[in-house]
Design a protein around this ligand. Structure first.
Ligand code: PLP
Length: 431
């Protein structure tokens, strides 16, 4: 099928939730993807941080083929061989004690929120009666996805507004603002929610002082520190978990994106103390943690461990190269990132759009998030030559587009006045 016929059918048959790029991908290998016309693309997004080992990694292919021929699904009513082993590996690298497996990031995050409420209800009894400890503090500019609980804790009004009322009891704290956190925290809070590095919100790491304060406040009052590492966890930053750069252990951490190399799998990791509030029937899933996805994840973790040093080295190489660009281009506002989670913030959405489009035309896949931010989430297996290619293309594209978008921006401002609210499609464009 051609791109034209697929996109025509989708336009008629699917909910129009995505603004897709006009490319039909048909196969991938390593750091490259090929489209239906046979053009090759260097993948510096890895399916939003999912294909961390690149495409069609031989070891992953082998495990999928072997396991698909044996057993794909049994439900959580029975044992299979891989959940225990995968949980052993995840607890070992995180320093946490127990795991719940599910199918996606948002599902992991929903479970983490439920853990916080259940833990508070079990542990805050005053003369036998539970004292109200149900409030959740989440961060402005955060992104935890779009199911109701996750949406309720996502600190971006554009995602929440069409669906109110959401899950009650959530207040938002200015990200990295110690005073605001201190002001909004009290004994009625059961959880503080933080992405260790905000991903969709533009690759913004949490400050050490802020994370330490969140840890101290939650510890003192019997609330939980929930870290969302669905994007930044599992080797992306050059450590198993981003919180390991800070030495601040969470009560609960969620992971998903790269865990099963493209098969759907998420996990909640927590301490023995927190886990003790969950009992049979309180939470569950039909598909989550099936044998195929878990077998693949075990293989992924084997590779991830061996790639951490490479991710740190290539991340540093990439970051330094981007900072060199920063010195050359006035349009670059800031370069941010850790390991292979990097971003370049530009001075206008139009420029960011033009640069991402130009790179795509040249066969390089990156992504624009949060309007003005170019986001890079390459596979962990990239080499320096791939970084060089991307940085060179960025340099050229920035030089080419900076002037013209500057000219156009004056006109755009006039246009904005005419139509105060941007079209919905634009507002919901994501990832
Ligand atoms: C992607 C992401 C999610 C949601 O994961 P899904 O698998 O899309 O449900 C949640 N939190 C963060 C930080 C993410 O990057």
């Amino acid at each position: 099928m051609s791109l034209a016929s697929v996109s025509r059918m989708e336009a008629k048959l699917l909910l129009s939730t995505y603004e897709r790029q006009p490319i039909l991908f048909v196969r991938g290998r390593g750091v490259y993807l090929w489209d239906s016309r046979g053009q090759r693309y260097l993948d510096f997004l890895s399916g939003i941080g999912v294909n961390a080992l690149g495409h069609n990694h031989p070891a992953i292919q082998t495990v999928i083929k072997r396991q698909a021929g044996r057993l794909i699904h049994v439900s959580n009513l029975f044992f299979h061989e891989y959940q225990a082993e995968l949980a052993r590996l995840l607890t070992k690298i995180s320093g946490l004690d127990r795991v719940f497996f599910c199918n996606s990031g948002t599902e992991a995050w929903e479970g983490a929120l439920k853990l916080a409420r259940a833990f508070a209800q079990t542990n805050n009894k005053n003369g036998g009666k539970p004292t109200p400890k149900t409030r959740i503090l989440a961060m402005e500019n955060s992104f935890h996805e779009r199911t109701f609980g996750a949406l309720a804790t996502t600190g971006q009004p554009k995602y929440r507004a069409p669906f109110v009322p959401l899950v009650p009891g959530v207040s938002f704290v200015k990200f990295n603002d110690l005073d605001d956190l201190q002001r909004k925290f009290d004994s009625s809070v059961c959880a503080v929610c933080i992405e260790t590095i905000q991903g969709e919100g533009g690759i913004r790491p949490v400050n050490r002082e802020f994370l330490e304060l969140a840890s101290r406040l939650t510890k003192q009052s019997g609330a939980l520190l929930l870290l969302d590492e669905i994007q930044c966890g599992l080797g992306r930053t050059g450590r198993h978990f981003a919180y390991q750069h800070y030495n601040v252990p969470p009560d609960v951490v969620t992971v998903a994106k790269p865990l099963a190399c493209g098969l759907p799998l998420g996990a909640i990791l927590t301490t023995e103390r927190v886990a003790s509030c969950m009992h049979p029937g309180m939470h569950g899933t039909t598909f989550g943690g099936g044998p195929l996805a878990c077998a693949v994840a075990i293989e992924f973790l084997r590779a991830e461990r061996l790639l951490l040093k490479h991710v740190r080295e290539l991340g540093e190489y990439f970051h330094v190269a981007l900072e060199t660009l920063d010195k050359k281009h006035k349009s670059i506002q800031e370069v941010r990132g850790v390991g292979l989670m990097q971003a370049v913030e530009l001075d206008s959405p139009e420029l960011a759009k033009a640069v991402a489009k130009q790179l795509l035309q040249e066969g390089i896949i990156i992504n624009r998030t949060h309007e003005t931010v170019l986001r890079f989430l390459p596979p962990y297996v990239i080499q320096k030559k791939h970084v060089d290619q991307v940085v060179k293309a960025l340099d050229t594209a920035l030089r080419k587009h900076a002037e013209s978008t500057h000219e156009n921006r004056k006109d755009d401002r006039k246009k904005e006045k005419k139509s105060a609210s941007p079209p919905r499609k634009e507002v919901y464009a994501h990832a």
